[in-house]
Design a protein around this ligand. Sequence first.
Ligand SMILES: NC(=O)c1ccc[n+]([C@@H]2O[C@H](COP(=O)([O-])OP(=O)(O)OC[C@H]3O[C@@H](n4cnc5c(N)ncnc54)[C@H](OP(=O)(O)O)[C@@H]3O)[C@@H](O)[C@H]2O)c1
Length: 301
Amino acid sequence: MKVLILGTSGQVGTELMRAAWPQGTELVGLARPDVDMARPETVEAAVAAHAPGLVVNATAYTAVDKAESDRETAFAVNRDGPARLAASCAACGIPLIHISTDYVFDGTKAAPYAEDDPVAPLGVYGASKEAGEAAVRAALPQHVILRTSWVYAAHGANFVKTMLRFGREREEMRVVADQHGAPTADAAIAAAIVTIEERIAAGSGGSVPGSVPWGTYHFTGAGETTWHGFAERIFQRLEAATGRRPRLQAIATADYPTPARRPANSRLDCARIRSAFGIEAPRWEDSLDRVLDELLSPTAS
Ligand SMILES: NC(=O)c1ccc[n+]([C@@H]2O[C@H](COP(=O)([O-])OP(=O)(O)OC[C@H]3O[C@@H](n4cnc5c(N)ncnc54)[C@H](OP(=O)(O)O)[C@@H]3O)[C@@H](O)[C@H]2O)c1
């Protein structure tokens, strides 16, 4: 199977390029300027030129706060690019794995969100991602939309790296304790995508025709915490490695105003992907420990 990965400079895209794909998989990774989601003609050209058996879209405009004042770009990248990508895939009979977000929900539900719960994004980023999901569904039945949350990696810009940097520099940190969710490591997302690819490859090989359960799925680290709980675990490890940590103060969302509103409940119910694909998410703490092993190792830069 030839797999075309878009967004290889991002957290998930980077990990997809180094994931353990089945033997014989031909990986083609593209980043800007080869594919610019805001210039849909480049998307169409890439799909036609590479003629893959599967496309994975790991691109997104992910600057949640900046999106509030840059609506046009957020929608171009998160809605119009995926719309053209899905249409190009449909024209060539190519399935698509498209990544989306917990921010399509408003966070008012008292329990973890199921895939079919009503969406109601609170900000421009969530709205643009929700519009991208809708465009993919409308254009291409052979899709897997994977909603995830609180993504981090040993590379790229993310909460873990920010906490480690501030944790080394500051005496005190104030972190929001009333937003609930699950951190998800890039490696866990990449492993889930590889498992889905294996199922698609088996289905398209003709042995089990029509066996791929296309649709929308939730996938996050198992368990749950808050941003404060996430930071606490990072600082515990920082202290064990360096002997220093900042004092950590729990604050409310209202005490930390941001341009974009964020859901108080980001928890996603991951039962569907478990029963459809047999994908079991690792505990968020275990994945975090592995990334921190890398970031806190004496040889880390
Ligand atoms: N980060 C999170 O906490 C989070 C949470 C939930 C869901 N997600 C979803 O997970 C997926 C992967 O996110 P991530 O964390 O890996 O994001 P990321 O690290 O911010 O990477 C985003 C990628 O998209 C690319 N991109 C942005 N604009 C583009 C454009 N106009 N054309 C082509 N590529 C463009 C970036 O390329 P450049 O390097 O050139 O900018 C980068 O490769 C996204 O669908 C995101 O919505 C993320």
